[in-house]
Ligand binder design. Structure first.
Ligand SMILES: Cc1cc2nc3c(=O)[nH]c(=O)nc-3n(C[C@H](O)[C@H](O)[C@H](O)COP(=O)(O)OP(=O)(O)OC[C@H]3O[C@@H](n4cnc5c(N)ncnc54)[C@H](O)[C@@H]3O)c2cc1C
Length: 443
């Protein structure tokens, strides 16, 4: 079942040319479109389904620096600042609130990890306060567990996934960007070895610059053009409760559940770090690159087998021409089944922890297909083999919070402007040139 989402209207006149075409209207594509439009660029945003209809409306909404890999810190620091600015300048409610986040645990090794991370993050100016048992209790009023400790990151917060990508797409339209939904891009038009346009289901748009922000579909899109992009797709699950007394007022992680208060008095609930892997052609093709990450994370992953990934969806082995139906049109909105056992487990853990939430009622659960890279760091980068193509994908389950930063960096790269942060950690080539990728940091 799709997560709640604000609806955005399409533009009217379908163009035959543009300065830049952005593929995919999740948070990465919508934020980049906004930044490009703001700089006066003639930009067209194309979405095969609905703005924000895939991962960007299905996530928990956490916008956090806490526990980020060091390679992402400069970009997330910028992104958090940008969330605050966008709330003002875009004229749209993106649901951003700088509430702080709190993590609580009875496990000393988790506290040690947070402590180590906090010392590293401090050198970037990030605030992360280790909590002793009393402080953890005080930060989680009404909870039953006697925590051993926790961590609080007061400068983090959340935004509203049902509002953020749609709000940015609307704001971009007001700045002159054009948006078309139900309009899949089937492939790139290439002339003299560089991008010269995009083939859409509504015809050709001529352009010399394409930003592909297609989330879980990006690897398939690239494969059609002979570009290897190692992405592994993992299904995450979350749910929404009915409104109830908001005893938890900021995003909270415990070993049993993770939750975020929603503006209507309900909660988004999940179980931290869990995902399901449905092996398909991509998983097989890039198994060697993913093996170290899989080994490190396998206790959090369950496997679900079925033949469908091979025939439909982002892992299909289908081939297609640009004048006929493509895999992107066959599934307008990727809507994987949620893991209901995990949903009930998370709700029950929350009720046990907070007696005041005994009456907590589940309203809706959903799955979301997460695109991960082998080092869990996104690709925000040009592709040397195909001038004119820039990729922004592989956000590895933490791309919502960093979205406004990713949008800005992608716009800088597309326009060849000075990048807002050093783009080196996000370069495409690291995934294919044998670079040592390092183990993924905390996520
Ligand atoms: C359960 C869950 C919880 C999460 N929690 C968090 C969190 O708390 N904080 C956080 O930071 N991140 C979180 N994430 C991750 C976050 O949601 C993603 O990293 C982020 O939304 C990715 O944004 P995106 O724009 O790259 O991809 P998407 O939102 O998936 O958007 C890609 C879009 O491209 C479109 N598209 C693809 N191919 C084509 C084509 N050929 N033509 C036209 N359109 C195309 C798709 O239809 C889609 O709308 C979570 C994810 C899940 C599933």
């Amino acid at each position: 079942m799709p997560a709640p989402i604000r609806y955005v209207q399409d533009s009217v006149h379908f163009p035959d040319s543009a300065d830049v075409v952005v593929i995919g209207a999740g948070i990465a594509g919508a934020a980049a479109t906004y930044e490009l439009a703001k700089r006066g660029v003639k930009v067209v945003l194309l979405e095969k389904g609905l703005v924000g209809g895939e991962q960007s409306s299905r996530n928990w909404g956490w916008c956090r620096q806490q526990n980020r890999d060091e390679r992402e810190l400069p970009l997330i620091i910028y992104a958090l600042r940008r969330w605050g600015e966008l709330a003002q300048e875009s004229g749209e409610d993106l649901g951003f609130r700088r509430t702080g986040l709190v993590y609580a645990t009875r496990d000393q090794s988790e506290i040690n990890d947070w402590d180590r991370w906090g010392k590293m993050a401090k050198s970037y100016g990030v605030r992360s306060d280790i909590l002793n048992a009393e402080q953890a209790k005080a930060m989680t009023p009404g909870s039953s567990t006697d925590w051993r400790g926790g961590v609080s990151s007061p400068d983090d917060g959340y935004a509203e996934p049902s509002l953020a990508a749609p709000g940015l797409a609307l704001a971009a339209q007001r700045l002159g960007a054009q948006l078309f939904q139900q309009c899949a891009v089937r492939g790139l038009d290439i002339a003299a070895g560089r991008v010269s346009g995009v083939w859409t289901e509504r015809g050709l748009i001529k352009t010399s610059s394409v930003l592909c922000a297609g989330g879980a579909w990006t690897s398939l899109f690239c494969r059609r053009h002979g570009i290897a992009l190692p992405l592994g797709n993992v299904i995450g699950t979350a749910c929404r409760t009915a409104p109830i007394t908001q005893v938890i007022t900021q995003p909270m992680y415990t070993p049993g559940f993770a939750c975020r208060p929603r503006q209507d008095g309900s909660y988004t609930v999940s179980v931290s770090g869990r995902g399901r892997l449905a092996p398909g052609i991509q998983a097989l093709r890039y198994a060697r690159q993913f093996y170290p990450t899989f080994k490190a994370r396998r206790k959090h992953l369950s496997l679900c087998f079925g033949l469908s990934p091979f025939f439909n969806g982002p892992e299909t082995w289908a081939r297609w021409q640009f004048d006929g139906l493509s895999p992107f049109e066959k599934i307008r909105i990727l809507d994987p089944q949620p893991d209901m056992a995990m949903v009930y487990e998370g709700i029950a853990a929350m009720q046990r922890e907070y007696p005041a939430l005994a009456g907590l009622r589940l309203v809706q659960a959903w799955g979301g297909m997460i695109d991960s890279t082998p080092d869990a760091i996104p690709v925000i980068s040009s592709v040397p083999a195909l001038p004119g193509l820039v990729i922004s994908a592989g956000f590895s389950a933490h791309g919502f919070g960093i979205g406004p930063g990713a949008g800005r960096l992608a716009a800088d790269i597309v326009l060849n402007d000075d990048p807002v942060v050093d783009p080196t950690p996000f370069r495409y080539t690291r995934l294919v040139d044998g670079s040592d990728l390092n183990a993924p940091g905390m996520m």
